[in-house]
Design a protein around this ligand. Sequence first.
Ligand SMILES: Cc1cc2nc3c(=O)[nH]c(=O)nc-3n(C[C@H](O)[C@H](O)[C@H](O)COP(=O)(O)OP(=O)(O)OC[C@H]3O[C@@H](n4cnc5c(N)ncnc54)[C@H](O)[C@@H]3O)c2cc1C
Length: 302
Amino acid sequence: MTQTTHFDVIIIGGSYAGLSAGMALGRALRKVLILDSGTPCNQKTPHSHNFLTQDGETPSSIAEKARKQVLNYPTVRIHQGLAISGMKTTLGFEITTEKGEHFTSKKLIFGTGLRDIMPDIKGYSDCWGTSILHCPYCHGYEVRHQTTGILANGDVAFHYAELLSNWTQKLTIYTNGLSDFSDEQRAKLSEHQISVVEKTITELAHENNLIKAIVLSDQTQAELKALYSRPDFTQQCSIPEQLNCEMTEQGTIKIDPFQKTTVEGVFACGDCSNPMRSVSLAVASGTTVGAMVNMELVHEAF
Ligand SMILES: Cc1cc2nc3c(=O)[nH]c(=O)nc-3n(C[C@H](O)[C@H](O)[C@H](O)COP(=O)(O)OP(=O)(O)OC[C@H]3O[C@@H](n4cnc5c(N)ncnc54)[C@H](O)[C@@H]3O)c2cc1C
């Protein structure tokens, strides 16, 4: 039988959001366990952008530096492992890992991120994160003024087209089937010379994960330097649902302005609870959650 270790706070997810929460709590003298399975969503991108002091760094070097700084606080422990189940106890929460380890805490924080679901298009997952991009603020500058595709339909495609026209005029929308735009949207797209291609996509041709062309069902090809796409996503971790945390319509964990979920004692930060995905926002929400959880612990003990 494995021994259970008790903490003030368990943070599941030790990437940018979870580590940031860990730093705030370590600086507040809290005994903290950060459990991490090592699968951040941005691991395929070669460089991370738009975060002051870290612009252009590799995702792993930002995380590694963060881990080192968090471990300067002796009450924080980082443990490699996948949390697979969680339950409420009289003292707070008990978390079990894949290896059968048990940990308990008074409070629980999820910084578990999201998992992007790769569509079933040949070449898509190879290019994801390198030349299939989801966010122009993260990667738009690097492909500015380049021939760019948008793989989307309807309102999402229209929104992308409007936004991306700030970075490039060489835009085409690929709807991968019949398009679904209002007359007004069609008129706007045409006014800005943004064409819409409805042919089915058979392949995304690439060299070393850098997209070269979209291959269409009639075997014609359109050359491209970048393709924007927002794949569906799911929560990386199922424990918030096991604990009955309410979800938003978009599929993120529902939180209040203090990062509290709908379950007492459970908090969330980063992508798992915020659809505006960025490293800096994940770090900011981790700082907030650390302060909020500490305040709750102080309040309960005072
Ligand atoms: C391809 C791509 C490129 C991006 N580029 C940029 C960019 O240039 N600039 C930018 O600002 N943002 C970028 N982003 C967004 C940014 O990466 C995310 O907003 C950020 O990683 C969110 O941090 P997070 O800590 O919330 O989640 P993540 O970084 O996704 O980390 C979640 C962590 O939780 C752990 N975890 C999950 N479940 C469990 C479990 N059950 N047990 C233990 N551990 C668990 C995972 O292993 C992982 O380490 C990009 C995203 C993608 C997908």
